[in-house]
Design a protein around this ligand. Structure first.
Ligand code: FAD
Length: 508
């Protein structure tokens, strides 16, 4: 039957990588279905016929898979450990950037395709193993992101008052595991170690004045959690330093985020013109996006602001600054040893050129007092299952263009494939490529032959283990509940943050 010949594919993780991979797999096959006359016409399917992007999947003679013109019904199941979908689009992207979250509409369309299913509340590696998925599906795509943060590995890191930017972001975005974080914002100064977009997001959220947060609420532009909003309203943090080992030419944030920071209401930038000496000449040689970014930094650091901006800065009660050429050595304890009171920084200078530029210590040290330390030096993936190869040094699954090395039928996409860098658009391109490789292998007959049970087999396993998956229509009930709870507070939604409550609401 058609059912028996359906290529069954599963994707692990429902962030951008998972959804874009699924979208590509389904769209490619759909594109084929949408041309039945071409695909079924012997006259047009002869040798040399160039069907371009809609070239049919012709499966090799060794494969028992359907040739798509007859059975264009690939089915994709997406497994997700959270009861809710969308990964970092929901739990990472800043709550005051609602437009970035519009990709959710595309993901929802994919989930509504009759050939795609979402199964939340299923943790692969715990509730079901990768070999079990491989047994049930023709192909498995691992798209489970990079959930760990890189540790600082310096003394004092464990002190209260130190946390990862990742956990802080998870806290204000309603990630269940970070709801107990209770960041203490009673201090005057916070230090963020790192100079990327996540560091800027965190600095912006910390410094946004309460009245501006209220204004965002009024125009439905933030879905920050109620609890986080309450704590931020009481925040006493007035100054945020973002510390980087290297210089202005090496910052990892992008111009849009920097501009937003420079224009942040009630806050002024602190940049030391000395850090920018000699930069004017160097920026002539750098690629255009980096050039524009550095010019903006340079202008902000060295040019006298116009009267309106000068007045704005003079009345600002909060400030943020970039500390360049500083490498963290130790989190300094308070006199009673109970919490963080500062960071000891080694002063550095640059050696090498271009990509090879390294920060080396000059021997000088500097102490930067603060009550909150947030480390934002990157993420890394975890191994999901002992059967899956994992490069623990790079924190990725070793792969060639998304094909997991030495494991036919196993693929990866997104941050777990190429490391935790890049925006949603980068993740999209990369996931489409993985989808492409999978389709090529399907076409070449390289995937296991014979029918596979897909979700039916996994459902039985999960049920025997007492796991109740959350379907996409279940998620839509939770979504409606969140939207309803947001009404009246002016928010697009009030996120549910307790998985037990979510499951209760669904009657699980
Ligand atoms: P994720 O989005 O992390 O998705 C992985 C999914 O897998 C998650 O849902 C996770 O719960 C699930 N999972 C993990 N382990 C398992 C398991 N064992 N079993 C089942 N499921 C599992 N990009 C932009 O373009 N604009 C922005 O404004 C922006 N802001 C960002 C802010 C932050 C704080 C961060 C960290 C990133 C931001 N990015 C932004 C980058 C963007 O989020 C990433 O490019 C993208 O999310 C990576 O997609 P992914 O699917 O690989 O990983």
């Amino acid at each position: 039957s058609t059912q028996e010949k359906t290529p069954q594919i599963c994707v692990v993780g429902s962030g951008p990588a998972g959804f874009y991979t699924a979208q590509h797999l389904l769209k490619r096959v759909e594109a084929l279905c949408s041309q039945p006359r071409v695909l079924n016409s012997p006259a047009l399917s002869g040798e040399g016929e160039d069907l371009g992007a809609s070239q049919p999947l012709s499966l090799g003679p060794t494969s028992c898979h359907p040739v798509p013109q007859q059975h264009p019904q690939a089915h994709v199941d997406i497994y997700e450990k959270q009861p809710v979908p969308f990964g970092l689009v929901r739990f990472g992207v800043a709550p005051d950037h609602p437009e970035v979250k519009n990709v959710i509409n595309t993901f929802t369309q994919t989930a509504h395709s009759g050939r795609c299913a979402f199964w939340g509340n299923v943790e692969v590696g715990r509730d079901v193993t990768v070999p079990e998925l491989q047994e049930a599906y023709h192909a498995v795509v691992l798209s489970y992101g990079a959930e760990d943060h890189r540790a600082l590995e310096i003394p004092g890191e464990e002190l209260p008052g130190v946390c990862s930017a990742r956990a802080f972001v998870g806290w204000y975005n309603g990630l269940p595991e970070n709801q107990e974080l209770e960041p203490d914002l009673s201090c005057d100064t916070a230090v963020i170690l790192g100079q990327g977009n996540v560091a800027l997001d965190v600095a912006r959220i910390l410094l946004t004045p309460p009245e501006h947060l209220e204004a965002l609420l009024l125009c439905q532009r933030t879905d920050i959690t109620k609890a986080a909003l309450g704590v931020l309203r009481q925040s006493r943090v007035k100054t945020v330093w973002l510390v980087g080992r290297r210089g202005p030419l090496q910052v990892a944030f992008t111009i849009k985020e920097l501009r937003e920071m420079i224009q942040l209401p009630g806050a002024r930038p602190i940049l030391d013109p000395v850090d920018f000496l000699g930069l004017q000449d160097k920026i002539k040689e750098v690629p255009r996006p980096r050039k524009r970014l550095t010019e903006l930094l340079l202008r902000t650091a060295t040019e006298k602001p116009g009267p309106a901006e000068a007045a704005r800065q003079a009345s600002a009660s909060r400030a943020w600054g970039l500390r360049f050429f500083r490498s963290p050595q130790q989190v300094l304890p308070s006199p009673d040893g109970r919490r963080a009171a500062g960071v000891r920084l080694a002063v550095t200078r640059l050696e090498g050129v271009d990509e090879a530029t390294r920060a080396v210590p000059t021997g000088d040290m500097e102490d930067l007092p603060c009550g909150l330390v947030l480390s934002s030096i990157g993420y890394k993936s975890r191994p999901v299952d002992p059967s899956v190869p994992f490069d623990s040094k790079l924190g990725v699954i070793p792969n060639v263009e998304g094909r997991v090395m030495d494991v036919p039928g196993l693929y990866c996409s997104g941050w777990v494939k190429r490391g935790p860098t890049g925006v949603i658009a980068t993740t999209m391109t990369d996931s489409f490529l993985t989808g492409q490789m999978l389709l090529q292998d399907l076409k070449a007959g390289l995937l296991p032959s014979g029918p596979r049970p897909g979700y039916a087999a996994i459902q039985a396993l999960l049920s025997s283990r007492g796991v109740r998956p959350v379907s996409f229509s279940d998620w839509e009930k939770l979504d409606a509940e969140e939207v309803a709870r947001g009404q009246g507070t002016g928010k697009p939604r009030e996120k549910l943050v307790d998985p037990q409550e979510m499951l209760r609401l669904l009657g699980h």
